[in-house]
Design a protein around this ligand. Structure first.
Ligand SMILES: *Cc1c(COP(=O)(O)O)cnc(C)c1O
Length: 421
């Protein structure tokens, strides 16, 4: 019952902000359940983009004229908003990047190449997104550092005990995902950071699937870096951010060279600007950064605690319904009865039906879910699954949409049973 009241006060309240959700797809009302890949954007964010281009489009940090001053202050105000959103100590700890992938590459190329040596160890986990694997593979190949992997427990969660056994004085970096985009498990990042720091290792948290869905406090986690993408938290594509502790960021060499990141340039050498400018070479994604600030405003106005609570209720309902379909096997931990303990997404298989076929059939019913390896191919291999289908929810999704999804899923399973059976 609480779900219905919550729904009226949250999803029902916010849906007018997302006109894209009002359309029909293949003759059915769109049910968008691919939020772990990218979220939809509210009007408040779209209007921010439009206003920038209609009213004060201008380059930042370069001009003294009125439009440039306005663009610069909006761009820097957005940084303040992101900084407060994750409780950074100062706005200087927030570096704008294109997305989370670029943020991880920044740390890998800047910090990794200049700090890792042959025999040093980097601890990742088997559930990492390709974005938190490939950059470290490249750096390991260049430096001779060794990659170690945390495996899963029986309930398909982060194996903290095994992680402890991997830690040693050789450990220089622990880089792990906060919330898995496939398993939906929530990793104990605070404890992971504390343990890693005892060995003097640095800690990077991939927060792509947590920042949009729950309140994040980088100082409570005590990570050295944290990365996220704007496009999964109601902001446009092309903007993400890297949080780094101020002294850690200051100790790192530049990643990309060019305009904006310098103090003085001579023909033979240059001196660099202080952080965060040091890591923002060239004209940035100005409108997108300002719109990221608008997205943060939007989420904070709703309240991350409300978003989290509402998603728990939807999660409980989603899993209750999925459990009733015997062919469906969901990966990752089960939620508690109140929907807590995991993210509002379900990566699953349905008997012999290929996830791509499932997704295609569901699309005919207007339901958008993802099929594939969700950029966690090693995890799928580890789980012994070629691919999975994934439904992922956000705060604007409703219980009725879960019903439509479940109905279409049952029909698809029956349809294929008819073919194969
Ligand atoms: C989406 C995602 C990424 C990569 O984000 P990009 O926006 O593609 O750079 C990394 N890690 C996780 C857990 C993700 O969900």
């Amino acid at each position: 019952m609480t779900l219905l009241t919550q729904e009226k006060t949250l999803a029902a309240k916010v849906r007018p902000d997302f006109p894209i959700l009002l359309q029909e797809v293949n003759g059915h009302r769109l049910v968008y359940l691919d939020n772990a890949a990218t979220s939809q954007k509210p009007l408040q964010v779209l209007e921010t983009l439009r206003e920038y281009y209609e009213v004060y489009n201008s380059n930042v940090h370069r001009g003294v004229h009125t439009l440039s001053a306005r663009a610069t202050s909006a761009y820097e105000e957005a940084r303040e908003k992101v900084s407060r959103f994750v409780n950074a100590a100062t706005h200087q700890e927030i570096v704008y990047t294109r997305n989370a992938s670029e943020a991880i590459n920044l740390v890998a190329y800047s910090w990794g190449l200049s700090n890792l040596q042959r025999g040093d160890e980097v601890i990742l986990s088997v559930m990492e997104h390709h974005s938190n694997l490939v950059p470290w593979q490249i750096v390991a190949q260049k430096t001779g550092a060794v990659l170690k992997f945390v495996e899963l427990t029986e309930t398909q969660e982060f194996n903290l005990e095994q992680f402890k056994s991997l830690l040693s004085d050789k450990t220089k970096l622990v880089s792990v995902v906060h919330v898995s985009n496939t398993l939906g498990c929530i990793n104990p990042v605070r404890e992971i950071a504390e343990l890693a720091h005892k060995y003097g290792a640095k800690v990077l948290i991939d927060a792509c699937q947590s920042v949009p869905h729950m309140g994040i406090d980088v100082r409570a986690i005590d990570c050295d870096w944290l990365v996220a993408s704007g496009h999964k938290m109601c902001a446009p594509t092309g903007i993400g951010f890297l949080y780094g502790k101020l002294d850690v960021l200051r100790s790192m060499p530049p990643f990309l060279g060019g305009g904006e990141m310098i103090a003085d340039v001579f023909l033979e050498y240059s001196t660099y600007a202080d952080v965060p400018a040091k890591f923002e070479a060239g004209t940035p994604a100005i409108a997108e950064a300002i719109a990221l600030g608008a997205a943060v405003d939007y989420l904070m106005q709703i309240g991350m605690d409300k978003i989290e609570a509402y998603e728990h209720e939807l999660t409980a309902y989603l899993f209750e319904q999925l459990r009733k379909i015997p062919q469906v096997k969901v990966y990752g931990p089960q939620p508690a009865a109140d929907g807590t303990g995991r993210a509002a997404l379900a990566a699953f298989t349905a008997g012999e039906v290929h996830p791509h076929d499932l997704s295609t059939i569901l699309d005919q019913a207007g339901v958008a879910i993802r099929a594939g390896h969700h950029c966690t191919q090693p995890l799928h291999r580890y789980l012994g699954a070629q691919s999975t289908a994934r439904a992922s929810l956000y705060f604007y999704n409703t219980r009725e949409e879960v019903d439509v999804f479940i109905g279409a899923l049952k029909e698809a399973i029956e349809f294929f049973a008819g073919i194969f059976g």
